[in-house]
Design a protein around this ligand. Structure first.
Ligand SMILES: Cc1cc2nc3c(=O)[nH]c(=O)nc-3n(C[C@H](O)[C@H](O)[C@H](O)COP(=O)(O)O)c2cc1C
Length: 300
């Protein structure tokens, strides 16, 4: 009942692990796969190891968390070893980042054949060295990166968009015209900040970070809704999902699959099985036979 197909990739349900949460090692990715996710996405990685920012890198705020991890990762060659240890029980997506089209294409080339799809992170609000949202705020640069990666790999290429733009449809359309296979939206919102009332200092070492969790869901939904009306490629919704009702909202807005990040921090990896049980019950009650039937219903 919950099976979907995303860019010809078969998934047993529409839930996916979002990049950056439990996605650094094969052990944690396999754990999420065993817990019921329909697909897994790695933490974003680059060409060379990156230590990221010093602690504190995350802080809880009303409605979610703010993080400025700075894309810490062990680099493509080390991640490749982890990818070889994946159980293969569910499709795996590699999230990659870089500073320019060439860097993205080199990384994509090195993991070609190791994963079912590649997600281009052009949207991190706290990345170092011009690797973040500055790319995803520029339609031309985003398109150049999509083209460079598509020239190197045969697997589907997703582009993860930032909500921190004047017009997300412009960026989505540029990515689609450049040949991307799906759009993932949204990356964390902001940057935002939290200040310690005792010390009067920003709490995060980077001072600013990306906001995630339930508070950003209305914005993520609006982004999916707007882009659904403008593009033909499938959309993967992400932002603030903690239960099956959140997933339903994303499907109605036009998403075909939905990723969960911060929700795992609240509920653990069991959240995937809980969401699927909730979806199945809802669909049985309403008489839906497939997830596909619910996609885009809010537009009718
Ligand atoms: C701790 C943390 C680390 C993240 N790291 C990444 C990352 O490496 N790459 C990426 O594309 N998004 C990253 N994200 C963003 C999430 O994938 C997701 O787009 C965002 O958090 C909104 O979804 P959520 O509200 O379900 O967390 C990270 C989010 C969090 C909370």
């Amino acid at each position: 009942m919950l099976e979907i197909e995303l860019c010809n990739i078969k998934m047993k349900n529409p839930t996916m692990l979002a990049a950056g949460v439990l996605g650094s090692t094969a052990a944690s990715l396999n754990w999420v796969a065993r817990s019921g996710a329909g697909a897994i996405v790695t933490k974003s990685f680059g060409l060379i190891p990156n230590k990221g920012y010093s602690n504190p890198t995350t802080v809880e705020v009303t409605g979610g968390i703010i993080n400025a991890i700075g894309l810490s990762n062990p680099g493509v060659e080390n991640v490749k070893e982890e990818l070889k240890k994946l159980s293969g029980s569910v499709p795996a997506v590699a999230s990659i980042y870089g500073a320019n089209p060439h860097e993205f294409s080199v990384i994509a080339d090195r993991i070609n054949g190791e994963v079912d799809a590649i997600e281009l992170n052009v949207s991190c609000p706290h990345a170092m060295g011009g690797c973040g949202a500055a790319i995803g705020q520029n339609p031309q640069l985003t398109a150049d990166i999509v083209r460079a990666v598509k020239e190197k790999v045969r697997c589907p290429v997703f582009v993860k968009l930032t909500p921190n733009v004047t017009d997300i449809v412009e960026i989505a359309t540029a990515a689609e015209e450049a040949g991307c296979d799906a759009l993932t939206m949204i990356n964390s919102l902001g940057p935002g900040m939290k200040i310690d009332v005792e010390t009067a200092r920003p709490i995060l070492s980077n001072r600013f970070g990306g906001m995630s969790g339930p508070a950003i869901k209305p914005i993520a939904l609006r982004c999916v809704f707007d882009v659904y009306e403008a593009v033909n490629v499938p959309i993967i919704g992400v932002g603030g999902v903690t239960n099956h009702e959140d997933v339903l909202e994303f499907l109605y807005a036009g998403a075909r699959a939905v990723q969960v990040g911060t929700g795992i921090m609240y509920h653990g990896p069991g959240i995937f099985a809980d969401i699927c049980a909730g979806l199945e019950k809802f669909m049985a009650e309403k008489g839906y036979k497939s997830v596909e039937e619910m996609v885009g219903l809010a537009h009718l």
